[in-house]
Design a protein around this ligand. Sequence first.
Ligand code: HMG
Length: 445
Amino acid sequence: MTRVGIDAIEIWTGKLQLDLPNTFAPTKGDDPEKYTKGLGLYTSSMPDVYEDIVTMGANAAKRLMDRRGLTPQAIGRIDVATESAFDNSKPVSTYIAGCLEQVYEGDFHHANKGERKFACVAGTQSIDDAYNWIKAGRHRGRSALVIATDTALYARGDPGEATQGAGAVAMLISEDPSVVELSTDQGYGSADETDFLKPNQQFPSVDGKRSMKVYLARMREALEDYESVAGRTHPDDFAYIPFHTPFPGMVRRAALLGYRHMTRDTEIEDELAAEIGRQPREEAFDGWDAYENAIRDYMDGLKGTDRYRDWYDRTIDPTLTLSGQLGNWYTGSVHLARASALQTAAETGRGLTGEKLLVGSYGSGAQAEIHAETVQDGWKEEIQQLTIDEQIARRYDLSFDEYEQVHDVHNHDKEIDVEEFTAPVGEFVFAGWGRMNERKYEYVE
Ligand code: HMG
């Protein structure tokens, strides 16, 4: 059987940062701990004036191709996942291919290009498309480039403003991958929901509190569906569980729910019974409300047990390090969570080859997808090449006024001129508009 999965990863963050506890909270009159403790966020990445979804995606892809010594001929597919597209017809992948063709010999004329949309889950769906293409034997020995790129901006004053972010994750999907092999087993939880949407508008309409409930409901459905094909899951089966991470606080909730589900009728439930009782069973209650209250009490107890805390610290917490410093990158978010976990493992000398990850992707609207991955023996070498920590450290720290200017520059309905905050070096930049209102890009040495 051919092994297919993620062979290489590159991450490109927007080059500016908004400091949530020190810059955002004081201006909003909020307690900084709402952001750091409540949401789990410290800084958000923002795009400089010459950055957008194309430049960030192309820059991540170029770094990946350079590092792997790839030519355009080695790529048979370019799929871009985004929910920040600025064109309803011409896909972002064509713009990115156009950028890359400025700097490489050869072209991508024989590569299939597309754009995937389903809120934040589209990055994972693009990986699936690439996986299926290779498994079907249509790839002619070539790899697929999957790029998840977003400028996740909310209208100013929207509660979602604190969870903004901007950046791109480029992934090479190949046979005999170095990082993780994907499994064929998948679970879905999908329903017609109106929790977060952008009906032909740049900034989302969001029902924040409802979106959190929908996330959990769909994720639970996806886990049950996954178990129907892959068998029962156990919390100790997985080295890490990277979730879609709009903000770390969301994952704290999902992890607790997942743990309760996975430990039901296991030795862990038995062991915890003396401390917090057994899990409430619906049939033991007269009404739904009583059952829900009992579940809430059980979860409060569970969250405080050493057993749960140890598992959370080992399996979930390492997936959240990047998110706390970058914010929500929509389509790239779950892929940052995976990278964050692998980076922690590399830094702490944890051996991972052959271990499993359970990956929980999610997109509003709404759909969750869950699958397992097996870590491959080239993972450490690949992950150690990431430069995201240096990129984070180099970001320009915006004052609140500057943040508002940057937000306006990227607002499609506004036209304002703002000087760039950083100087581009060795990267693609937005260079203005063409005669058919297309966006133009150039490479700056
Ligand atoms: P909010 O109303 O500003 O915040 O919006 P809050 O008042 O609920 O506070 C947030 C947390 O901080 C709460 O924690 C507070 O208790 C805590 P919780 O009770 O929920 O555990 N808090 C404090 N903690 C310590 N010290 C303090 C303090 N003050 C408060 N002093 C909300 C929060 C998430 C709703 C908002 O940011 C929002 O609307 N975000 C956008 C929507 C979103 O991210 N939804 C997540 C699920 S949907 C999803 O993931 C899909 C998405 O990525 C889009 C896509 O798929 O395309 C968004």
